[in-house]
Design a protein around this ligand. Structure first.
Ligand SMILES: Cc1cc2nc3c(=O)[nH]c(=O)nc-3n(C[C@H](O)[C@H](O)[C@H](O)COP(=O)(O)OP(=O)(O)OC[C@H]3O[C@@H](n4cnc5c(N)ncnc54)[C@H](O)[C@@H]3O)c2cc1C
Length: 141
């Protein structure tokens, strides 16, 4: 352990070649893909845990295609199964205003001419813990 800015930093963290700042979709995916390539990294965020307020509501087919060889297709799909029928994304100024549907419930989930993956209606706060766990399981700190 060494000390920096008044905090104790584990010695092993000083030896890691890549520091990722920001532990949401981009940072977590970076940690996961680096760990998958056996490149050590440390991820830090100003929040102590995975943030509970998600913004993203869906994962596009290409992203699901990229997740699949890392074994993330089944856990992501399992996590959202209870909400599978609650398709659709709407926006509105307030909940009492008229909703503008960006994607309705029947939108096509697969675009086989573009990707082998399928659109998955998983929200960010559901998926990020899965990415974090997968990155940790592969050795990310
Ligand atoms: C309303 C809305 C709807 C969206 N819907 C979708 C969707 O359906 N599908 C989709 O794919 N995308 C969607 N997006 C986009 C998606 O949310 C973003 O692309 C994604 O969150 C970007 O991830 P990020 O990791 O780059 O950044 P962020 O999610 O902004 O994460 C940045 C992280 O870095 C941390 N951080 C920043 N500065 C520091 C610092 N100095 N020290 C330590 N930590 C720091 C923050 O605490 C935060 O946790 C949507 C976005 C919005 C706003």
């Amino acid at each position: 352990m060494t000390r920096r800015a008044g905090r104790r930093v584990p010695h092993e963290l000083n030896e890691v070649p890549i520091l990722i700042v920001g532990g949401r979709y981009a940072g977590l995916a970076s940690a996961l893909f680096l760990a998958h390539q056996e490149v050590p990294c440390v991820l830090v965020d100003r929040h102590p845990g995975v943030f509970i307020l998600g913004r993203a509501r869906g994962i596009n087919p290409r992203t699901m295609e990229i997740y699949r060889p890392l074994g993330l297709g089944p856990p992501v799909k399992d996590a959202v199964r209870p909400f599978e029928e609650e398709g659709g994304v709407a926006r509105c100024a307030t909940l009492a205003d008229e909703w503008q549907w960006l994607l309705d419930e029947d939108f096509p989930r697969a675009l086989p001419e573009l990707s082998a993956g399928e659109f998955c209606l998983a929200d960010q706060s559901t998926v990020e813990p899965i990415l974090a766990e997968a990155a940790r399981a592969r050795g990310s700190l």
